[in-house]
Design a protein around this ligand. Sequence first.
Ligand code: ADP
Length: 421
Amino acid sequence: MHAATPWQAVDERSDRLPGPSVRAIYTAKAAAIATILLLMWLIKLFVFRDVPAVRYSIIITPGLLATLAVVAWRGEALVWLLAASFAADITAVTVGIHFGGGVDNISGPVLYALVIVLVGLVLSEGAAYVAAAGSSILYGLLVWAEQCRLLAHQVPYSKPADDAAATVILVSVYLFLAAWVVSYAARQIRAIYQRAERMRSEAVSALSHDLKSPLSIIHGYAEMADAATPTDRADYLRRIQHAAQQALDLVHNVLDATAIEERSIVPKVEPVRLNDLVQQVFDLYQLAAEGKEIQLTAARASDLPVLDADPQLLSRAIGNLVSNAIKYTDRGGTVRIATAWQERDVTVTVEDNGYGIPAEDLTRIFQKYSRSGSRRVEGTGLGLYIVRCIAAAHGGSVRVTSEVGKGSTFSLALPIHPRGC
Ligand code: ADP
């Protein structure tokens, strides 16, 4: 078995946020620190000789080395190395505050907050609070030491704070607030990510389940066809054709959704006679409707103008609406496809008297992997998402009206001459 490297161990923690890997974050951090060092030396050499570049290099370098160590590390216990690197950062910020004006240095608490945000994103929410506590303690000790003159002031204009306790309390509250904000944000992002992951894995298992039934139908009837009478064989072949269509629909939807994820749809536009397309879809799904004793009808408007569209994408969209209507309607129901046109738009309407959709789900169902309904009908939640993407790619839209227990009507509206596709 392939053993996980420590990088994977941190990257694949169940609660780690999506996004760049720890190594990518640390490479960027090392580059940022090195750039600051370089700029400081350039300023000292060519612009402002008084910059205490040596002192600040000594303060910053341990943090840079710890960061580079994290980037280069291949061994065990990466989490501890990360913790050590954060400790080095917080110490460097504290020493930097001391040499940069003590309590008068207001950029120090901002740097603490940056470290806390990074801890929250890379390690965990709890670690962000630990970093806030550590920063507050170090800051408090520094202010106290300056107050008691244990540490001399390094900047001529700065002086011990008159209100040291209030300053420390204020900075601590600010740092804990930063920890709270980062942990709240991390929780929200994680919840969205986990929901998307859950929906994706449900869709994958639904797809495998959905594919199983048409494939076993094909397998079963193909075996029976050998010994069957010619009449039975013709019937079996029709059933096989229907099951193959079901399986193809499923695979197409998954492939389309993946393709949409990678690049947006670019329709290959050509003149399309919508009524002919509807007839093809009708023929394709008639068998499925017959199988459920559903009455499938098509009302084609006369004088329908020829429209500019991608026929393959359009038949996929209409096919998804019709297959849904059949899928979500009980035996003996009706599904009606109708075409119409008005000024610059054509419309395909698919109406059924099936289960209907609760009002609160009507917008959600067009989102990827989104499903609705308490009845256990298998599905991937991709069909309507693809319909919406295809409609949008043609400059059109898809709408739904529905009532639970009465049925649903989906309308796909498309401009006759879409602009820009
Ligand atoms: P899937 O059918 O694979 O679940 P879709 O994206 O095609 O995915 O549909 C999303 C949801 O919308 C379905 O889970 C179903 O609850 C609901 N839905 C779609 N079409 C209809 C319809 N004609 N009647 C009732 N519900 C429907």
